[in-house]
Design a protein around this ligand. Structure first.
Ligand code: ADP
Ligand code: MG
Length: 384
């Protein structure tokens, strides 16, 4: 925890701590930037910033995980010679200022335990924790939805990662013991209880470096846009995939060339699966929920083509184990993690069987996380 180091460095006295969790997406992959639906949950891993507002316009942050200090002036935000991790708080400060908010400097210590670069969105967690810190320091009150958009803008424009809104939304608006349905077109959301006595969320990390992910992600985004432009010739009222149902898609799909037809089919069917998954959650039908996760993976693998050998191995191994409701890749793809829903009493057996199978087939050690849906970001006072 960063508090102890903070008080050691900056002395006792009034201080604050913001925290923001990573997230796992249960279903609804590659739909957020298409105006579709996603169903993530905030996880019980977070990034914390212990901080104190200062009288000046200097931000000094020490990262315990990188053992490095970054210092920047709010009046002169340049990426320049900064450590890479400092781009996230800098980006959030830059966007808040661009949107007209007067910020104060701060001194802080950062520590996190969201696995980095695994698709659990440590970046969004860091942005959300930074946003809450700057808002508290500057005495700025903003709705969480607005903060999520500010954080997304920071990642898009300052860090240069072309992400959708899901991660920041989940980190800022997630609720304990709930999944969060987000309509990425209208930016409205609703929480649904996730019954943990029925299923555990197990995330397995392939530990494969996602080398292709940046370029392929941008390519998929553009393919989805091209497909939509063609579909709009038949249905000019479509603004995004939000209102494109399976029946309408089928009626016009003959116009789409390969691979656009499969890309669009993934998005359309995935949106349908998210809506079905919410119904399954409401009736506590984890068997149906799991079947939808399986179908999601198959669609991501065959139609969207963003899986990889290691993800498929983990998913195939998982589906053979007793007590598994469903398993799929989660995140952008080409590595990163799978998410599996497992009956609580079979979790240990699941982890043992899949880990050893994965080791045998790849020579790799899968990372294992059992997550509890957790409360979204918060900020509070702390004492030495
Ligand atoms: P993901 O969001 O999937 O975890 P990203 O590449 O988008 O992966 O973001 C990871 C980056 O976020 C890290 O390289 C680092 O710059 C920053 N980051 C994540 N966690 C921390 C942390 N605990 N402390 C400082 N920076 C962090
Ligand atoms: Mg990220």
């Amino acid at each position: 925890m960063p508090e102890r180091e903070f008080f050691k460095r900056y002395g006792s006295g009034e201080a604050f701590r913001s925290r923001a969790p990573g997230r796992v997406n249960l279903i609804g992959e590659h739909t957020d930037y298409n105006g579709g639906f996603v169903l993530p949950a905030a996880v019980d891993r977070d990034i914390r910033i212990a901080f104190r507002p200062s009288e000046d316009r200097t931000v000094e942050l020490h990262s315990l995980d990188f053992n490095e200090t970054a210092r920047f002036e709010l009046s002169k935000l340049e990426r320049g010679a900064m450590p890479a991790w400092a781009r996230y708080p800098m980006g959030v400060a830059a966007v808040l200022q661009a949107e007209g908010f007067a910020l104060r400097g701060l001194r802080g210590v950062v520590k996190g335990d969201v696995p980095l670069g695994a698709g659990l969105s440590s970046s969004a967690a860091f942005e959300a924790a930074s946003a809450l810190a700057f808002c508290r320091a500057g005495e700025i009150e903003l709705p969480r939805e607005r903060l999520a958009r500010i954080c997304q803008r920071a990642e898009n424009e300052f860090v240069g990662a072309n992400c959708g809104i899901m991660d920041q939304y989940a980190s800022l608006l997630g609720r304990r013991a709930c999944a969060l349905l987000i309509d990425c077109e209208t930016l409205s959301h609703r929480t649904y209880p996730f019954n943990e006595t029925l299923a555990r969320i197990v995330v397995l990390d392939t530990r494969v470096k996602r080398t292709l992910v940046g370029s392929a992600y941008n390519q998929r985004r553009s393919e989805c846009e091209q497909a939509l432009a063609i579909l709009r010739r038949h249905a000019p009222e479509l603004k995004s995939y939000h209102d494109l149902g399976v029946a309408m898609f089928k009626a016009f799909a003959h116009d789409l060339p390969e691979p656009l037809v499969r890309r669009a089919r993934h998005v359309v069917t995935e949106n349908g699966r998210v809506k079905e998954a919410v119904k399954a959650l409401q009736s506590w039908n984890m068997v149906t929920f799991g079947a939808l996760m399986d179908a999601s993976h198959d669609s991501l693998k065959n139609d969207f083509e963003v899986s990889c050998r290691e993800l498929d191995i983990l998913v195939n191994l998982a589906r053979e184990v007793r007590g598994v409701y469903g398993s799929r890749m989660t995140g952008a793809g080409f590595g990163g993690c799978t998410v599996t829903l497992v009956e609580p009493k079979h979790v240990e057996e699941f982890i043992r069987t899949v880990s050893s199978g994965y080791r045998a087939q790849t020579g790799l050690e899968a990372g294992v996380h059992v997550f509890t849906p957790s409360e979204g970001a918060s900020v509070e006072s702390i004492r030495p």
